[in-house]
Design a protein. Structure first.
Length: 415
């Protein structure tokens, strides 16, 4: 960041100027982190189903991992607002994810998988907050939309490459090998993290107070003021309903293919993961640019509206080709939410010094929705059939669209 003096002689921030090495390092971290996390979710559900786990037990451990993640969001966000070294937080989280993946690969018993998913849940969500904080600290609010779009592009590229690789690994070796590969990806991730220069991550800017300089902690708004921000509460409610609908869709589909003994189940699951990631990689930078032109709300509506349509397609058919094509809609939703969530929170918390805590709050609400999703959808599908499970998902997704349409304000400062 460059510093200039104004007419009074006081220092003021002009423009963030992170080094090229730091920006490239962040690209690589997003790429590799997505790969390391790609083994969890649909692949995990399919692996556990292959180990003769019941749908109820699979839903339980996924839910437990989700709850562990949501319990870490608020304290994790508050900690990120306080600590200077965001890179250390990412390194510790990545190491924990690797440990969880190895536990699943070597000892897939109920208690140990439960522990592994709790570890992964605690750090998996926290890592997303830390990456957003590093991004904001590097480039500032004005350039955050495009930076988040770039983050999503590299994360999606990592997801696509990992899904393709892991699908073939599962087909030619085993689902178990996926988790060994996921753990191994943490090593190059740590090397990439080291390329991000700590001096480029502005402490005040990383919590939405760009004018704060010096080693001391920036001043922050009272905690109570955050919970009295209507836009933040509405947005959290919308994300809750979205995740309550979205989180269980691919695990439910992956379980079905595994239980049906489909010969190409691992490749089908990989395709279901890869298609939306390809869409995100293509659309994310464009979305970041358009968020500054169109505003946040129109793009959020597009992303939210794609989910109920996709759920209806999944309820209508289990034809792998149709479901893979329908995953284009997941790519649209993933693009909009991936780019706009942190951006909207940054808009709503500008000048408060509570950006990361607000991220933790929205992440907690989102995690509650995701955790409930896997359990409730598993129960409905197990009792009433797959079509009923996906129809229930569609109804919740439509409620999210209606709430966003009626109550969510535009947050772009110039709109």
């Amino acid at each position: 960041m460059t510093i200039a003096a104004d007419s009074t002689g006081l220092a003021r921030a002009v423009e963030p100027s992170p080094s090229g090495a730091s920006l490239r390092g962040l690209d690589e971290v997003n790429l590799l982190l997505a790969g390391a996390l790609s083994g969890f979710g649909p692949y995990l559900a399919a692996f556990l189903a292959q180990q003769s786990w019941t749908q109820q037990n699979i839903g339980f451990v996924l839910t437990a991992g989700g709850f562990a993640g949501l319990l870490s969001q608020l304290p994790g966000g508050a900690l990120l607002d306080v600590i200077r070294s965001k890179r250390v937080a990412v390194a510790l989280g990545a190491g924990t994810v690797a440990a969880g993946a190895l536990i699943i690969a070597i000892w897939p018993s109920f208690p140990l998988v439960l522990v592994a998913l709790e570890l992964q849940g605690i750090t998996g969500g926290f890592l997303g907050l830390a990456i957003a904080a590093i991004s904001l600290g590097l480039v500032g609010n004005a350039a955050l939309a495009e930076r988040l779009g770039r983050n999503q592009r590299f994360a999606s590229m990592g997801g696509v490459l990992a899904a393709g690789l892991m699908g073939f690994i599962a087909y030619f070796l085993s689902y178990r090998a996926i988790f060994v590969v996921a753990a191994a990806l943490v090593l190059p991730l740590l090397l990439a993290l080291g390329r991000i220069q700590s001096s480029d991550i502005h402490f005040g800017r990383a919590s939405c107070i760009p004018d704060h300089h010096g080693p001391s902690a920036p001043p922050r708004a009272r905690l109570g003021s955050l919970w009295k921000t209507p836009g933040l509460l509405v947005f959290a409610g919308c994300v809750f309903l979205f995740q309550m609908a979205n989180a269980s869709m691919l695990p439910l589909a992956g379980e079905e293919f595994a239980y049906s003994k489909e010969a190409f189940s691992s490749l089908i699951v990989s395709a279901l993961i890869m298609v939306p990631q390809i869409i995100v990689a293509i659309m994310a930078p464009w979305t970041g640019r358009q968020a500054n032109t169109w505003g946040r709300r129109p793009l959020l509506l597009v992303g939210f509206a794609a989910l109920p349509i996709r759920a209806l397609v999944f309820a209508w058919t289990n034809d792998p080709i149709v479901l893979i094509v329908a995953q284009v809609l997941d790519g649209i939703s993933g693009t909009m939410l991936g780019v706009l969530t942190a951006l909207t929170i940054a808009d709503l918390t500008s000048g408060t010094g509570r950006f990361n805590l607000a991220q933790g709050f929205v992440g907690t609400i989102s995690g509650i929705g995701a955790s409930l999703s896997t359990t409730l959808s598993g129960v409905v599908a197990g009792s009433l059939g797959r079509a009923a499970g996906f129809l229930g998902i569609a109804a919740v997704a439509l409620a999210a669209v209606i709430l966003l349409w009626l109550l969510m304000p535009e947050t772009h400062p110039s709109k």
